[in-house]
Design a protein around this ligand. Structure first.
Ligand code: URA
Length: 203
């Protein structure tokens, strides 16, 4: 990619993220980062406390697991773009302690952040989109009834603004922390992703 094209991409992303801040004011934001002309764009659900602290998606416990899975797939973080379907921390306050904890995304939060995710994907223009868990799968496809349990590890196609992408849904790495029986399932899916990524390299 020429330097000029790269600068245009960076500028488009920065404008997009500024518009996002205006649309959802007063939040703790974490925007996408990594290679902006990758074969693969990976999207999670929303940043947590650690991600806000480091201004980087997947910096906490789920990120450590993600790194080990990526390593298994022969994929370097520096070669891909990592973002989230919702770009601000979803938190709730414990009324007794006053402490904040992460919470799941609500349906309307997926819907309202969706146009920004799709625009971000259009700017990055990867060959393949990997979604981690239900929220990004639903945000990318626009189908809020989809369930990761039925789609994981099966490559599909998705068309966004007349552009076709390969879609590869994976469980969210955090689900492996809570459900150890998913470890083997996740590893099998990751090996499929490895083969797909090798193929994508040749495109
Ligand atoms: N979980 C996510 O979905 N995204 C992050 O950035 C971190 C944890």
């Amino acid at each position: 990619m020429t330097r000029e094209k790269q600068m245009k991409k960076d500028e488009a992303l920065s404008l997009l993220y500024n518009r996002y801040k205006c649309a959802f004011p007063g939040k703790e934001y974490v925007f996408g980062c990594g290679c902006t002309s990758p074969k693969l764009l990976l999207t999670g659900e929303a940043p947590g406390r650690e991600e806000v602290k480091f201004s980087r998606p997947f910096s906490g416990a789920a990120g450590k697991l993600l790194d080990s899975f990526l390593q298994m797939a022969g994929i370097n973080r520096e070669d891909i773009y990592i973002t989230n379907a919702i770009k601000y921390r979803l938190s709730k306050e414990n009324p007794k302690t006053g402490r904040l904890s992460n919470r799941p995304a609500a349906r309307d939060e997926i819907i309202s952040s969706r146009p920004y995710l799709l625009e971000e994907i259009g700017i990055i223009s990867p060959c393949c989109i990997v979604t981690l868990g239900n929220v990004p799968l639903r945000a990318v496809t626009g189908d809020l009834r989809l369930n990761i349990g039925e789609c994981h590890g099966v490559p599909d196609r998705v068309t966004i603004k007349e552009q076709d992408y390969l879609l590869f849904p994976l469980y969210h790495p955090a689900s492996v922390i809570y459900n150890r029986s998913l470890v083997q399932v996740y590893e099998n899916d990751i090996l499929k992703l490895r083969d797909l990524f090798r193929g994508a390299r040749a495109i």
